[in-house]
Design a protein around this ligand. Structure first.
Ligand code: LLP
Length: 400
Protein backbone atom coordinates (compact mmCIF):
# COMPACT_ATOMS: atom_id res chain seq x y z
CA UNK A 1 0.00 0.00 0.00
CA UNK A 2 1.61 3.21 -1.07
CA UNK A 3 -1.20 5.68 -0.63
CA UNK A 4 0.64 8.77 0.49
CA UNK A 5 -1.35 9.72 3.61
CA UNK A 6 -0.98 10.41 7.28
CA UNK A 7 -3.51 7.98 8.71
CA UNK A 8 -3.76 9.69 12.10
CA UNK A 9 -4.90 12.91 10.38
CA UNK A 10 -7.43 11.14 8.22
CA UNK A 11 -8.90 9.20 11.14
CA UNK A 12 -10.14 12.47 12.60
CA UNK A 13 -12.16 13.35 9.48
CA UNK A 14 -15.88 12.61 9.28
CA UNK A 15 -16.48 9.71 6.91
CA UNK A 16 -17.30 8.94 4.21
CA UNK A 17 -15.21 11.43 2.27
CA UNK A 18 -13.46 11.74 -1.05
CA UNK A 19 -9.76 12.26 -0.50
CA UNK A 20 -7.76 13.92 -3.26
CA UNK A 21 -3.97 13.65 -3.40
CA UNK A 22 -3.05 17.00 -4.95
CA UNK A 23 0.62 16.01 -5.38
CA UNK A 24 -0.40 13.10 -7.57
CA UNK A 25 -2.76 15.33 -9.53
CA UNK A 26 0.12 17.73 -10.16
CA UNK A 27 2.47 14.94 -11.15
CA UNK A 28 -0.14 13.69 -13.64
CA UNK A 29 -0.74 17.16 -15.05
CA UNK A 30 3.02 17.82 -15.35
CA UNK A 31 3.36 14.64 -17.42
CA UNK A 32 0.44 15.55 -19.67
CA UNK A 33 1.66 19.11 -20.11
CA UNK A 34 5.11 18.12 -21.29
CA UNK A 35 3.77 15.46 -23.67
CA UNK A 36 1.14 17.77 -25.09
CA UNK A 37 3.84 20.34 -25.82
CA UNK A 38 6.15 17.73 -27.30
CA UNK A 39 3.50 16.47 -29.73
CA UNK A 40 1.57 19.70 -30.26
CA UNK A 41 -1.70 18.21 -29.00
CA UNK A 42 -4.21 20.45 -27.18
CA UNK A 43 -5.77 18.95 -24.07
CA UNK A 44 -9.35 19.65 -23.01
CA UNK A 45 -10.20 18.09 -19.66
CA UNK A 46 -13.53 16.19 -19.73
CA UNK A 47 -15.14 17.88 -16.75
CA UNK A 48 -17.77 15.18 -16.34
CA UNK A 49 -15.12 13.03 -14.63
CA UNK A 50 -14.80 15.36 -11.64
CA UNK A 51 -16.03 18.92 -11.22
CA UNK A 52 -14.63 19.86 -7.80
CA UNK A 53 -13.80 23.55 -8.08
CA UNK A 54 -10.34 23.12 -6.62
CA UNK A 55 -9.55 20.41 -9.17
CA UNK A 56 -10.92 22.53 -12.01
CA UNK A 57 -8.77 25.46 -10.94
CA UNK A 58 -5.67 23.28 -10.73
CA UNK A 59 -6.23 21.82 -14.20
CA UNK A 60 -7.03 25.26 -15.66
CA UNK A 61 -3.79 26.63 -14.17
CA UNK A 62 -1.86 24.39 -16.59
CA UNK A 63 -3.46 26.18 -19.51
CA UNK A 64 -5.57 23.17 -20.53
CA UNK A 65 -9.03 23.62 -22.00
CA UNK A 66 -12.30 21.98 -20.91
CA UNK A 67 -14.70 19.58 -22.55
CA UNK A 68 -18.18 20.18 -21.12
CA UNK A 69 -21.40 18.29 -21.52
CA UNK A 70 -23.91 20.65 -19.91
CA UNK A 71 -24.50 24.37 -19.61
CA UNK A 72 -23.68 24.19 -15.92
CA UNK A 73 -20.32 22.59 -16.66
CA UNK A 74 -19.59 25.42 -19.11
CA UNK A 75 -20.44 28.03 -16.48
CA UNK A 76 -18.52 26.20 -13.75
CA UNK A 77 -15.41 26.10 -15.93
CA UNK A 78 -15.70 29.74 -16.91
CA UNK A 79 -15.96 30.63 -13.20
CA UNK A 80 -13.03 28.42 -12.19
CA UNK A 81 -10.14 29.50 -14.31
CA UNK A 82 -10.74 28.15 -17.80
CA UNK A 83 -10.47 30.65 -20.62
CA UNK A 84 -13.80 30.85 -22.46
CA UNK A 85 -12.07 30.25 -25.77
CA UNK A 86 -10.75 26.90 -24.51
CA UNK A 87 -14.14 25.49 -23.53
CA UNK A 88 -15.90 22.98 -25.77
CA UNK A 89 -19.53 22.09 -25.35
CA UNK A 90 -20.63 18.59 -26.40
CA UNK A 91 -23.75 16.50 -25.87
CA UNK A 92 -26.66 15.08 -27.84
CA UNK A 93 -29.33 17.06 -26.02
CA UNK A 94 -28.23 20.65 -25.49
CA UNK A 95 -31.17 22.73 -24.28
CA UNK A 96 -31.92 26.23 -25.59
CA UNK A 97 -30.85 27.77 -22.30
CA UNK A 98 -27.59 25.86 -22.31
CA UNK A 99 -26.84 26.97 -25.87
CA UNK A 100 -27.69 30.55 -24.95
CA UNK A 101 -25.44 30.49 -21.86
CA UNK A 102 -22.57 28.99 -23.86
CA UNK A 103 -22.93 31.61 -26.62
CA UNK A 104 -22.87 34.34 -23.99
CA UNK A 105 -19.74 32.79 -22.43
CA UNK A 106 -18.01 32.87 -25.81
CA UNK A 107 -16.77 29.28 -25.91
CA UNK A 108 -14.21 27.73 -28.27
CA UNK A 109 -16.73 25.47 -30.02
CA UNK A 110 -19.96 23.51 -29.90
CA UNK A 111 -19.59 19.86 -30.81
CA UNK A 112 -22.71 19.48 -32.93
CA UNK A 113 -24.36 16.09 -32.95
CA UNK A 114 -27.26 16.56 -35.40
CA UNK A 115 -28.61 18.89 -38.11
CA UNK A 116 -31.61 20.05 -36.02
CA UNK A 117 -29.22 21.03 -33.21
CA UNK A 118 -26.97 22.89 -35.65
CA UNK A 119 -29.93 24.92 -36.88
CA UNK A 120 -30.91 25.92 -33.35
CA UNK A 121 -27.34 27.08 -32.57
CA UNK A 122 -27.28 29.03 -35.85
CA UNK A 123 -30.62 30.73 -35.11
CA UNK A 124 -29.66 31.62 -31.58
CA UNK A 125 -26.23 32.94 -32.60
CA UNK A 126 -27.97 35.11 -35.21
CA UNK A 127 -30.37 36.38 -32.57
CA UNK A 128 -27.44 37.35 -30.34
CA UNK A 129 -25.48 38.79 -33.24
CA UNK A 130 -22.48 36.48 -32.74
CA UNK A 131 -20.73 33.79 -34.75
CA UNK A 132 -20.55 30.34 -33.15
CA UNK A 133 -17.67 27.97 -33.80
CA UNK A 134 -18.72 24.39 -34.35
CA UNK A 135 -17.17 20.98 -34.83
CA UNK A 136 -19.14 18.03 -36.14
CA UNK A 137 -19.28 15.10 -33.77
CA UNK A 138 -19.18 12.05 -35.98
CA UNK A 139 -20.25 8.52 -35.17
CA UNK A 140 -17.20 6.59 -36.42
CA UNK A 141 -18.67 3.11 -35.86
CA UNK A 142 -15.62 1.80 -34.00
CA UNK A 143 -15.74 -0.83 -31.28
CA UNK A 144 -13.52 0.35 -28.40
CA UNK A 145 -13.73 -3.05 -26.65
CA UNK A 146 -14.85 -1.59 -23.35
CA UNK A 147 -17.94 -1.96 -21.13
CA UNK A 148 -21.11 -1.62 -23.20
CA UNK A 149 -22.35 1.27 -21.05
CA UNK A 150 -19.24 3.32 -21.79
CA UNK A 151 -18.77 2.57 -25.47
CA UNK A 152 -19.98 5.51 -27.51
CA UNK A 153 -18.68 5.18 -31.06
CA UNK A 154 -20.87 2.38 -32.42
CA UNK A 155 -23.68 2.87 -34.94
CA UNK A 156 -26.25 1.69 -32.40
CA UNK A 157 -25.16 4.37 -29.89
CA UNK A 158 -27.03 7.67 -29.83
CA UNK A 159 -23.92 9.81 -30.27
CA UNK A 160 -22.73 11.77 -33.28
CA UNK A 161 -23.62 12.22 -36.94
CA UNK A 162 -23.77 8.86 -38.75
CA UNK A 163 -21.92 8.24 -42.01
CA UNK A 164 -25.06 8.36 -44.17
CA UNK A 165 -25.78 11.87 -42.81
CA UNK A 166 -22.46 13.51 -43.80
CA UNK A 167 -23.61 15.00 -47.12
CA UNK A 168 -26.88 16.36 -45.71
CA UNK A 169 -25.04 17.90 -42.78
CA UNK A 170 -22.55 19.64 -45.08
CA UNK A 171 -25.34 21.01 -47.25
CA UNK A 172 -27.28 22.21 -44.18
CA UNK A 173 -24.10 23.92 -42.92
CA UNK A 174 -24.00 26.07 -46.06
CA UNK A 175 -27.30 27.71 -45.00
CA UNK A 176 -26.07 28.49 -41.49
CA UNK A 177 -24.72 32.01 -41.77
CA UNK A 178 -23.93 32.42 -38.09
CA UNK A 179 -21.70 29.38 -37.77
CA UNK A 180 -18.00 29.01 -38.30
CA UNK A 181 -16.97 25.41 -39.02
CA UNK A 182 -13.72 24.31 -37.35
CA UNK A 183 -13.47 20.57 -37.67
CA UNK A 184 -14.34 17.02 -36.78
CA UNK A 185 -14.62 15.35 -33.39
CA UNK A 186 -15.37 11.87 -32.16
CA UNK A 187 -15.00 9.81 -29.00
CA UNK A 188 -15.16 6.03 -29.16
CA UNK A 189 -15.50 5.07 -25.51
CA UNK A 190 -13.94 5.15 -22.10
CA UNK A 191 -11.44 3.07 -20.06
CA UNK A 192 -9.59 1.96 -23.20
CA UNK A 193 -6.61 -0.16 -22.23
CA UNK A 194 -5.55 -1.49 -25.65
CA UNK A 195 -4.08 1.94 -26.37
CA UNK A 196 -1.84 1.02 -29.32
CA UNK A 197 -4.47 -0.77 -31.35
CA UNK A 198 -7.61 1.18 -30.54
CA UNK A 199 -6.07 4.64 -31.01
CA UNK A 200 -4.26 3.62 -34.21
CA UNK A 201 -7.69 2.57 -35.50
CA UNK A 202 -9.27 5.78 -34.22
CA UNK A 203 -6.67 7.84 -36.11
CA UNK A 204 -7.04 5.85 -39.33
CA UNK A 205 -10.81 6.29 -39.17
CA UNK A 206 -10.37 10.00 -38.50
CA UNK A 207 -8.04 10.30 -41.51
CA UNK A 208 -10.71 8.71 -43.73
CA UNK A 209 -13.49 10.92 -42.37
CA UNK A 210 -11.46 14.11 -42.74
CA UNK A 211 -10.70 13.13 -46.34
CA UNK A 212 -14.42 12.62 -47.00
CA UNK A 213 -15.30 16.06 -45.68
CA UNK A 214 -12.47 17.67 -47.62
CA UNK A 215 -13.73 15.96 -50.76
CA UNK A 216 -17.06 17.71 -50.12
CA UNK A 217 -15.22 21.04 -50.12
CA UNK A 218 -15.12 21.56 -46.36
CA UNK A 219 -11.91 22.80 -44.81
CA UNK A 220 -11.06 20.83 -41.64
CA UNK A 221 -8.89 23.01 -39.44
CA UNK A 222 -9.24 21.04 -36.26
CA UNK A 223 -9.33 17.34 -35.36
CA UNK A 224 -10.56 16.16 -31.97
CA UNK A 225 -10.04 12.52 -31.02
CA UNK A 226 -12.03 12.54 -27.76
CA UNK A 227 -10.88 10.97 -24.51
CA UNK A 228 -11.00 7.40 -23.26
CA UNK A 229 -7.46 6.61 -22.12
CA UNK A 230 -7.79 3.85 -19.52
CA UNK A 231 -6.18 3.61 -16.10
CA UNK A 232 -4.90 0.71 -14.00
CA UNK A 233 -7.67 -0.01 -11.49
CA UNK A 234 -5.90 -3.22 -10.41
CA UNK A 235 -2.62 -1.51 -9.45
CA UNK A 236 -3.28 2.13 -8.61
CA UNK A 237 0.16 2.52 -7.01
CA UNK A 238 2.31 1.10 -9.81
CA UNK A 239 0.04 2.71 -12.40
CA UNK A 240 -0.47 6.02 -10.67
CA UNK A 241 0.06 8.02 -13.87
CA UNK A 242 -1.78 6.68 -16.93
CA UNK A 243 0.11 5.84 -20.11
CA UNK A 244 -0.17 9.26 -21.72
CA UNK A 245 3.19 8.70 -23.41
CA UNK A 246 1.92 5.80 -25.51
CA UNK A 247 -1.41 7.53 -26.16
CA UNK A 248 0.10 10.71 -27.54
CA UNK A 249 2.83 8.90 -29.47
CA UNK A 250 0.28 6.62 -31.17
CA UNK A 251 -1.84 9.64 -32.07
CA UNK A 252 1.03 11.60 -33.49
CA UNK A 253 2.31 8.59 -35.46
CA UNK A 254 -1.06 7.73 -36.97
CA UNK A 255 -2.93 10.95 -37.56
CA UNK A 256 -2.48 12.58 -40.94
CA UNK A 257 -1.94 16.18 -40.00
CA UNK A 258 -2.02 18.93 -42.54
CA UNK A 259 -0.04 22.13 -42.18
CA UNK A 260 -1.60 24.27 -39.46
CA UNK A 261 -4.22 21.70 -38.45
CA UNK A 262 -4.94 21.53 -34.72
CA UNK A 263 -5.20 18.22 -32.82
CA UNK A 264 -7.32 18.09 -29.66
CA UNK A 265 -7.98 15.37 -27.09
CA UNK A 266 -10.49 15.21 -24.22
CA UNK A 267 -9.18 13.03 -21.36
CA UNK A 268 -11.27 12.81 -18.21
CA UNK A 269 -10.64 9.68 -16.16
CA UNK A 270 -6.92 9.49 -16.86
CA UNK A 271 -6.31 12.94 -15.36
CA UNK A 272 -8.16 12.54 -12.08
CA UNK A 273 -9.04 8.91 -11.26
CA UNK A 274 -5.91 7.86 -9.41
CA UNK A 275 -5.63 10.97 -7.25
CA UNK A 276 -8.98 10.23 -5.58
CA UNK A 277 -10.01 7.63 -3.00
CA UNK A 278 -13.34 7.19 -1.30
CA UNK A 279 -12.52 6.92 2.39
CA UNK A 280 -14.95 5.02 4.53
CA UNK A 281 -15.01 3.59 8.05
CA UNK A 282 -15.96 0.07 8.97
CA UNK A 283 -19.11 0.19 11.07
CA UNK A 284 -19.55 -3.48 11.77
CA UNK A 285 -17.93 -6.76 10.92
CA UNK A 286 -20.45 -9.51 10.45
CA UNK A 287 -19.22 -13.06 10.21
CA UNK A 288 -21.47 -15.13 7.97
CA UNK A 289 -21.34 -18.88 7.48
CA UNK A 290 -19.61 -18.62 4.13
CA UNK A 291 -18.36 -15.05 4.10
CA UNK A 292 -17.33 -12.24 6.35
CA UNK A 293 -18.83 -8.85 5.70
CA UNK A 294 -17.19 -5.52 6.40
CA UNK A 295 -20.13 -3.12 6.55
CA UNK A 296 -18.91 0.41 5.82
CA UNK A 297 -20.45 3.86 6.05
CA UNK A 298 -20.11 4.68 2.33
CA UNK A 299 -22.63 3.24 -0.08
CA UNK A 300 -23.49 2.94 -3.74
CA UNK A 301 -24.95 6.44 -3.38
CA UNK A 302 -21.36 7.70 -2.95
CA UNK A 303 -19.70 5.54 -5.62
CA UNK A 304 -21.99 3.75 -8.03
CA UNK A 305 -19.40 2.32 -10.43
CA UNK A 306 -19.22 -1.19 -8.86
CA UNK A 307 -23.02 -1.52 -8.88
CA UNK A 308 -23.54 0.05 -12.31
CA UNK A 309 -20.63 -1.35 -14.33
CA UNK A 310 -19.43 -4.21 -12.11
CA UNK A 311 -16.31 -2.04 -11.90
CA UNK A 312 -13.33 -3.18 -9.85
CA UNK A 313 -11.86 -0.70 -7.36
CA UNK A 314 -8.99 -1.80 -5.18
CA UNK A 315 -9.73 -1.51 -1.46
CA UNK A 316 -7.04 -0.98 1.18
CA UNK A 317 -7.55 -1.18 4.93
CA UNK A 318 -5.25 1.66 5.95
CA UNK A 319 -5.30 0.71 9.65
CA UNK A 320 -4.59 -2.99 9.11
CA UNK A 321 -1.81 -2.18 6.63
CA UNK A 322 -0.14 0.12 9.08
CA UNK A 323 -0.34 -2.29 11.97
CA UNK A 324 0.61 -5.34 9.89
CA UNK A 325 -2.39 -7.41 10.99
CA UNK A 326 -2.92 -10.99 9.87
CA UNK A 327 -4.64 -11.80 6.57
CA UNK A 328 -8.41 -12.01 6.29
CA UNK A 329 -10.96 -11.64 3.49
CA UNK A 330 -14.21 -9.72 3.46
CA UNK A 331 -17.04 -8.64 1.23
CA UNK A 332 -17.10 -4.87 1.57
CA UNK A 333 -20.70 -3.68 1.57
CA UNK A 334 -22.51 -0.40 2.17
CA UNK A 335 -25.60 0.50 4.20
CA UNK A 336 -27.99 1.10 1.28
CA UNK A 337 -31.06 -1.12 0.93
CA UNK A 338 -29.98 -2.73 -2.34
CA UNK A 339 -28.21 -6.06 -2.84
CA UNK A 340 -25.96 -4.37 -5.39
CA UNK A 341 -24.53 -2.09 -2.69
CA UNK A 342 -21.25 -3.99 -2.75
CA UNK A 343 -17.80 -2.42 -3.24
CA UNK A 344 -15.90 -5.66 -3.50
CA UNK A 345 -16.14 -9.37 -2.82
CA UNK A 346 -13.56 -11.56 -1.08
CA UNK A 347 -11.13 -8.71 -0.60
CA UNK A 348 -7.95 -9.26 1.34
CA UNK A 349 -8.05 -6.45 3.90
CA UNK A 350 -6.13 -7.86 6.84
CA UNK A 351 -8.01 -8.62 10.04
CA UNK A 352 -10.61 -5.87 10.08
CA UNK A 353 -12.55 -4.27 12.90
CA UNK A 354 -14.91 -1.45 13.72
CA UNK A 355 -13.47 2.00 13.06
CA UNK A 356 -10.86 0.86 10.51
CA UNK A 357 -10.42 3.32 7.67
CA UNK A 358 -10.74 1.79 4.20
CA UNK A 359 -9.60 3.52 1.01
CA UNK A 360 -11.60 2.62 -2.09
CA UNK A 361 -9.02 3.51 -4.68
CA UNK A 362 -9.07 5.08 -8.15
CA UNK A 363 -12.29 6.92 -7.34
CA UNK A 364 -11.30 10.42 -8.44
CA UNK A 365 -13.11 10.02 -11.76
CA UNK A 366 -16.84 9.31 -12.06
CA UNK A 367 -17.08 8.97 -8.28
CA UNK A 368 -18.35 12.11 -6.56
CA UNK A 369 -19.92 13.39 -9.79
CA UNK A 370 -22.18 10.35 -10.02
CA UNK A 371 -23.19 10.37 -6.36
CA UNK A 372 -26.84 10.60 -5.37
CA UNK A 373 -28.79 11.27 -2.22
CA UNK A 374 -30.55 7.89 -2.34
CA UNK A 375 -31.88 6.87 1.10
CA UNK A 376 -31.60 10.58 2.04
CA UNK A 377 -27.86 10.16 2.55
CA UNK A 378 -25.65 13.25 2.62
CA UNK A 379 -23.07 13.78 -0.10
CA UNK A 380 -19.57 12.75 1.00
CA UNK A 381 -17.34 15.76 1.65
CA UNK A 382 -14.26 16.45 -0.48
CA UNK A 383 -10.97 16.60 1.39
CA UNK A 384 -7.74 17.74 -0.25
CA UNK A 385 -4.28 16.56 0.79
CA UNK A 386 -3.01 20.14 1.04
CA UNK A 387 -5.90 21.25 3.26
CA UNK A 388 -6.94 18.40 5.55
CA UNK A 389 -7.38 20.79 8.47
CA UNK A 390 -10.46 22.40 6.98
CA UNK A 391 -12.30 19.06 6.66
CA UNK A 392 -15.31 18.40 8.85
CA UNK A 393 -14.24 16.28 11.80
CA UNK A 394 -15.68 13.01 13.04
CA UNK A 395 -17.98 13.29 16.05
CA UNK A 396 -15.97 12.42 19.14
CA UNK A 397 -18.32 9.69 20.31
CA UNK A 398 -17.49 7.43 17.36
CA UNK A 399 -16.16 4.37 19.16
CA UNK A 400 -13.87 1.74 17.79
N1 LLP B 1 -15.26 13.15 -24.51
C1 LLP B 1 -16.51 12.68 -24.65
C2 LLP B 1 -17.32 13.15 -25.75
C3 LLP B 1 -17.04 11.77 -23.71
O1 LLP B 1 -18.27 11.31 -23.85
C4 LLP B 1 -16.23 11.34 -22.62
C5 LLP B 1 -16.75 10.40 -21.62
C6 LLP B 1 -14.92 11.87 -22.54
C7 LLP B 1 -14.46 12.76 -23.50
C8 LLP B 1 -13.98 11.48 -21.42
O2 LLP B 1 -13.69 10.13 -21.44
P1 LLP B 1 -12.58 9.54 -20.42
O3 LLP B 1 -11.24 10.11 -20.83
O4 LLP B 1 -12.96 9.93 -19.07
O5 LLP B 1 -12.66 8.08 -20.64
N2 LLP B 1 -19.24 6.99 -15.97
C9 LLP B 1 -18.40 6.10 -16.73
C10 LLP B 1 -17.64 6.81 -17.82
C11 LLP B 1 -18.52 7.56 -18.80
C12 LLP B 1 -17.73 8.32 -19.82
C13 LLP B 1 -18.61 9.14 -20.67
N3 LLP B 1 -17.92 9.93 -21.65
C14 LLP B 1 -17.48 5.38 -15.77
O6 LLP B 1 -17.59 5.56 -14.57
O7 LLP B 1 -16.66 4.57 -16.18
Amino acid sequence: MALNVNIADLLTVRTPFYYYDMDLLEKTLDTVKSLSEKYGISVHYAVKANNEKKILRKIASYGFGADCVSGNEVLLCAENGFAGNKIMFAGVGKTDKEIYDALKTGIYAFNVESVPEMKVIDRMAGHLGVKANIQFRINPNIDAHTHKYITTGLEENKFGIPHFGFADTVSALKDCRNLNFLGIQFHVGSQITDVENVYALVCRRMNEIVAEFEAMGVEVRSIDLGGGLGIDYGNPDEGEVADFATWMRVISENIRRREGQEIHVEPGRSLVAQCGSLMTKVLYVKNGEKKNFAIVDAGMNDLIRPALYQAYHRIDNLCADEEGRSAAKYDVVGPVCESSDVFGEDRELGLTGRGDLLAIRSAGAYGAVMASRYNAKEFAQAVFSDDIDSAEKEVDWFTR
